[in-house]
Design a protein around this ligand. Structure first.
Ligand SMILES: [Fe+2]
Length: 307
């Protein structure tokens, strides 16, 4: 059987991604620059434009810019609860998640089928041993719109593992993996991703307070993509500066893991084919997966003659 640590795919070799594969294996995260993924300024600009427009629509008309952030006062709807473990009350709104990006614009569909990202995600998840084919699927696509403030991550930086819903013990195969495209420069002061290098090898949830002390910032220029596996301890630093930290995330799952968004249904009547690689998109959305089925799929023997 192929194991991720011992075998490199044809795509990894052809695209010259050995260095990034090694980083992913060693640190649980790799940062791939735009000249390697081939992402263009045009695509990054389009993603930014669509997300800012969507933010204004979703917030009931709050204008927003990269330099200044939201230009109006925002409050959470009544009854909103914090999703962070160490907070009961919701934090001040200094971050918002825009979900279902695939449905918004082709630029997000193109990023989701980027061949460099796909090769690295495939490396982390490997093949489906019984049914054949690649195990990686899309789980969801989101954007974290983050502006000045703490958002309640606190002293422990909100460190967690994305595959935390999967029961322990975890193995070498990633059950989820995250490709975060930076639409603004990522620096510690600007609220970059925090992570603990090599933490994925522990195959365990973060142990605090030691974890927060070991964390470092994933600093990278705009256009870079951060790729990390679901067992890597990660969170975020507070944004200390004005303006936005903006990203768009393609979040992947192993075929055996439940998706965040039921893409097989939500994308059925959406324009998923108008991207750089419709065949890959079809596979990533799971349109042809045997599971979960909706009708009887196994053959039923039939009576040959009336009795
Ligand atoms: Fe996470």
């Amino acid at each position: 059987m192929q194991t991720a640590a011992t075998k490199l795919s044809k795509e990894i070799k052809t695209l010259g991604l050995e260095q990034y594969t090694l980083e992913l294996e060693t640190d649980g995260i790799t940062i791939v620059p735009p000249e390697v993924t081939g992402v263009t300024d045009k695509v990054l600009d389009r993603c930014t434009e669509v997300l800012l427009k969507r933010f204004t629509e979703m917030t009931g008309g709050c204008p927003i810019s990269i330099k200044e952030g939201p230009k109006g006062e925002l409050t959470w709807p009544e009854g909103t609860r914090s999703q962070l473990r160490d907070e009961n009350e919701p934090p001040l709104p200094t971050q918002m998640l825009i979900q279902q990006l695939l449905q918004l614009d082709r630029c997000f569909r193109d990023l989701a089928v980027n061949p460099v990202v796909d090769a690295l995600i495939d490396h982390a998840m490997g093949p489906i041993s019984v049914l054949g084919g690649k195990a990686r699927r899309l789980s969801s696509t989101n954007s974290f719109v983050k502006w000045q403030g703490d958002y309640g991550y606190g002293k422990y930086l909100g460190l967690h593992c994305d595959q935390g819903a999967n029961p322990l013990p975890w193995g070498h195969t990633a059950m989820t993996a995250n490709a975060t495209w930076c639409l603004t420069d990522y620096t510690k002061e600007d609220g970059a991703l925090a992570y603990v290098p090599g933490s994925h090898k522990l195959n365990a949830h973060p142990a605090q307070p030691a974890a927060a002390k070991q964390a470092v910032a994933a600093e990278a220029p705009r256009g870079s993509v951060l790729i990390f596996v679901g067992s890597t301890w990660h969170g975020a630093y507070p944004k200390l500066t004005p303006g936005l930290r903006l990203n768009c995330v393609s979040y992947y799952r192993h075929v055996s893991t439940l998706p965040q968004e039921n893409l097989k249904f939500t994308m059925r009547d959406e324009p998923w084919e108008d991207c750089d690689n419709p065949e890959m998109m079809r596979e990533l959305l799971g349109f042809d997966d045997k599971f979960p089925y909706e009708v009887q799929t196994q053959a039923v023997p039939q009576l040959t003659a009336a009795i």
